[in-house]
Design a protein around this ligand. Structure first.
Ligand code: DC
Length: 236
């Protein structure tokens, strides 16, 4: 893991599930020419190992052990690979887990294990290591409140739960995955409740956050609003 560069500027984008943070954060990072951290993917990577290994999601010791041995590779091609140095010859090398960590079951498990404080602590250093020149755009739930409290711009991106469910529904349909809108809506509501009501690092706007409701904005308008605010706050 490389050391963080505490002088590199940071823009954080936090918000609920399916608020479009990932898409917006990546586009903002590209526009600024900065690095990008999808912190949710780290929780998803741990969750994938929990699901596959049949690990008890309340076993903090096991969760921390998984987080400590996690060797993710974030490719410029947008793919996420896991390095398995200790694996036997058959599994050695890198496994592309980009699609596997997006499964609904893994998302639900990520939300469940994310309530464990020891796991959150174990993932801190890894998240900090993404802070490198010329700058970082980080998305998640607690990027502005806990992980990068000194960020120059902290965005809280929301959208109504109905519009988020519809967006997720469209995305899944485009991928050929059939699903039920009502089920998705329920899933989002459950996850919102768990992410915002947990005791440790709950989802909430950071102090001084730029709260942006994207219910009536398209992707380009949302990206523009973030970039304008970054300019206004002279970030970077
Ligand atoms: O953003 P996402 O849906 O990929 O995140 C998956 C889960 O991980 C989410 O339900 C809560 C958790 N998470 C978190 O607790 N803190 C973060 N910074 C990012 C994600």
């Amino acid at each position: 893991m490389i050391d963080a560069d505490p002088t590199a500027p940071v823009v954080t984008i936090d918000g609920p599930t399916a608020s479009g943070k990932g898409t917006i954060a990546l586009k903002v990072a590209r526009a600024l020419g900065w690095h990008y951290l999808d912190s949710g993917s780290l929780y998803r990577l741990v969750a994938l190992e929990v699901v596959r290994g049949g690990v008890d999601p309340a076993d903090a010791g096991r969760l921390v052990a998984i987080a400590r041995t996690l060797r993710p590779w974030f490719g410029d091609d947008g793919r996420i690979r896991l390095s398995r140095p200790q694996a036997g010859p058959a599994e050695a090398g890198h496994e592309d887990v980009t699609d596997a960590i997006r499964a609904e079951e893994v998302g639900q498990m990520a939300s469940r294990i994310a309530v464990v404080p020891a796991l959150r602590d174990a993932l801190l250093a890894l998240q900090h290591s993404f802070r490198q020149a010329p700058g970082l755009v980080a998305d998640g739930r607690d990027m502005g409140t806990v992980v990068f409290p000194d960020a120059g711009l902290k965005v809280f991106l929301t959208a109504s739960v109905e519009s988020r469910a519809e967006r997720r529904y469209k995305q899944l349909m485009e991928k050929g995955i059939s699903t039920i809108l009502e089920g998705l809506l329920l899933d989002l509501q459950q996850r919102d409740a768990r992410d915002s009501q947990r005791a440790t690092a709950p989802l909430k706007p950071a102090e001084g956050a730029f709260v942006l409701d994207s219910t009536r904005l398209d992707i380009d308008q949302t990206v523009r609003a973030v970039l304008d605010e970054a300019e206004r706050r002279q970030v970077g």
